[in-house]
Write a protein that binds this ligand. Sequence first.
Ligand SMILES: [Zn+2]
Length: 386
Amino acid sequence: MEELKTVKGLLGLKVIFLLVVLLAVNLAGCVQEKNHLQGYVEVSPEVKLDEPSVLPNWKDDEYHDYYSTVQKLRGFNRMFPNLVDLFSIGKSVSGRDIWCMRLTNEGNNSVKLSCLIDGCIHGCEWEAGEAPLYLAEYLLINFGKNATVSSILNTTEVYIVPLVNPDGRENDERWNANGIDLNRNFDVDFGRLRGHVLPLGKIFGRIKIPVVSVPLLGLWFTNCGRYPFSEPETRAMQGLMENLASHNFSFYVNCHTAMHMVITPWNAFKPPFEIPSNEENVFNYVKKWVVENTEYEDKPMNYHASGTAIDWCFKEFHVPSFTFEILSKDYEPGSGHGKHDHLVHWMKTTLPFFMYLLVNIDSLKDWKLPIKQYPLPDGVPPQPLR
Ligand SMILES: [Zn+2]
């Protein structure tokens, strides 16, 4: 009897053990399922999605030329395969690929909004290419940890083209390899003298004339190409934006240096259509936000430009479009050949604007006032440089 009791007791223990194991497996399954739903990262149960975001670990001398930009993009693709899609949208005049990166949680198949942030359409404006890269790294390293960043990549496709003008970046020149100012080559107000451009193209198909200056009158004109979209780089951007138009395209940022301000469409010319007052209100609201929350300014333009990317994007797709002029004016003596220093500082000045637009993308899509604020990490925005 004593033996039988022991056997029964052991059996009971085994049953309880089995039940505990089954329960544990089941619970683990729930955790797994939940993690799968919330993103690509296998988040351990104790990690909360409301961790404060952290900044990319960049150094002040970490500027990326064409080669190291491509290395960086490939690195992102390798490290975050379920968040990054990397593809070429065309080739430059000299045959360099123009790389585009799409950031989104590919595990989430719901309908998403899309946006485009590009840089270095003027090749010598290095920081304009660095800023979208910095944003990309910030989003990737905080996904699955910070709730807001995770939500952005779960609901948004962020398209990033860090080097619109790869040849210009390699040659450290404003123009592309044909000597054309790409941000004057779009099909809007094209070739207007008042926009300080001349539609020359390459003379005899050979001779580059990037700029014509009239020193006596203090005037200079850039070469906008012979006709709209004459250049492979602008055609690549045209194709990308036309594609985004069928993917809930919601805002566009074209990065430059060094006017230290945010610019909205048509600073020089009468728009080809009436801009509705609610859309004007959104532009004004964003510029006011920039003045109140960043070191960037809203000041009168001191130059005219025709054939620009943001004017064309706004005219064609009717989405909020911005030129973001990073750095300050003392960084750009002449037409862009300035000094490059304090990289990390300048990157930190760009993050508030990008994140502000991203958390408000649903409002921007419908031209409603972008009123949401985003808690930025410590030290952002930084104290302005003296
Ligand atoms: Zn520029």
